[in-house]
Design a protein around this ligand. Sequence first.
Ligand code: TMP
Length: 213
Amino acid sequence: MKGVLITFEGIDGCGKSTQAERLVEALRRRGETVVHTREPGGTELGQRIRHLFLHLQGLDIDPTTEALLMAADRADHVRRVIAPALAQGAIIVCERFADSMVAYQGYGGELPLDALHALNALATGGLEPDVTFLLDVDPSLAFERRGRPADRIEGKDQGFYHKVRQGYLALQKQNPQRIILLDGALPIEVVHQEILSELARREILSAQGGSGR
Ligand code: TMP
């Protein structure tokens, strides 16, 4: 049985980690085999890349170098974690994937989008998520939720995050079947229920509980 790849996307502070955790708990309660992972940082190499990318004090990394670091993280993650779990029939819940690079380095960092799509295709071997939940929030709400910047990217200004948000919305318009737009300003439980309904509608879960696959 082939597994399912579910990804969560959105700007920092959109609530994606909370929703990913809620979904993972709900799936495990239903007896599913779930792998909860994230980018960057879903492998040992990825954790080191994440540290370089986000937490080295005073380091200025240009968008091209950022994209290449994220592509390396993604390539390792797909080969070591995602592809093997898919082959075993697991449901993979992944916080961020290829869309993050298009939104952050493409729209935010203004790199050419076609080059990033090609780089993503190389890194993923053409693998695409079965479904992506995009939690859309206004950058001012996301800033409020996050408090003090915790890493290099969060230190960027609201203008950057407006561009990233527009990038995500453009991606959603281009991929309306795969990317489900959710209002990240709604209460956590409301968003969670919308996610479960969407998975039931796609027969990834049955409406009664348990796997619909
Ligand atoms: P997070 O795990 O807390 O969401 O932080 C990851 C940060 O890395 C976030 O600011 C988005 C950024 N990022 C990119 O810029 N490009 C990418 O391809 C990925 C996966 C993440």
